[in-house]
Design a protein around this ligand. Structure first.
Ligand SMILES: [Zn+2]
Length: 136
């Protein structure tokens, strides 16, 4: 299931670097894996605007449902993390219909975000909490 998201015409956007209101530049289509809907895999699709900041140049704005650069919505990331608190990477990937690399990559990304916020090492703050797994 694909869910198309569109900005309302005339929506004002801001530079993700400085928060200044900026004119639109263009948009790029992106997609994010979201929580399943009635057991159907759900993908959010949007044309993400880019703005042209006089100080920082052209940047894609941040979407409120996802971390910058993530291929998952925040809700899907939370579900992945919840699964990994209870099961191995392989089991979580199998139950969520994701590849081992997608789950492991998501973990590393979240670990890096935690590291950036707390100043702790991702390998120390997140990795040891999860069970070891094999790449199957
Ligand atoms: Zn700026």
């Amino acid at each position: 299931m694909h869910v198309r998201i569109r900005c309302r015409a005339g929506t004002k956007h801001t530079c993700p670097k400085c928060g200044t209101s900026c004119p639109g530049y263009d948009s790029l289509e992106r997609s994010w894996r979201h929580l399943d809907t009635c057991q159907f895999q759900t993908i959010l699709v949007a044309d993400v605007p880019r703005v042209k900041c006089p100080e920082h140049g052209v940047h894609q704005i941040h979407m409120p449902w996802s971390a910058p650069g993530s291929r998952f919505t925040a809700l899907m990331e939370a579900l992945v993390i919840d699964w990994l608190k209870e099961a191995s990477i392989s089991a979580g990937a199998r139950m969520l219909h994701l590849s081992w690399d997608e789950v492991d990559g998501r973990l590393l990304s979240v670990g890096c975000a935690i590291e950036a916020r707390s100043g702790q090492s991702a390998s120390v703050s997140t990795r040891p909490r999860f069970r070891s797994a094999t790449n199957t």
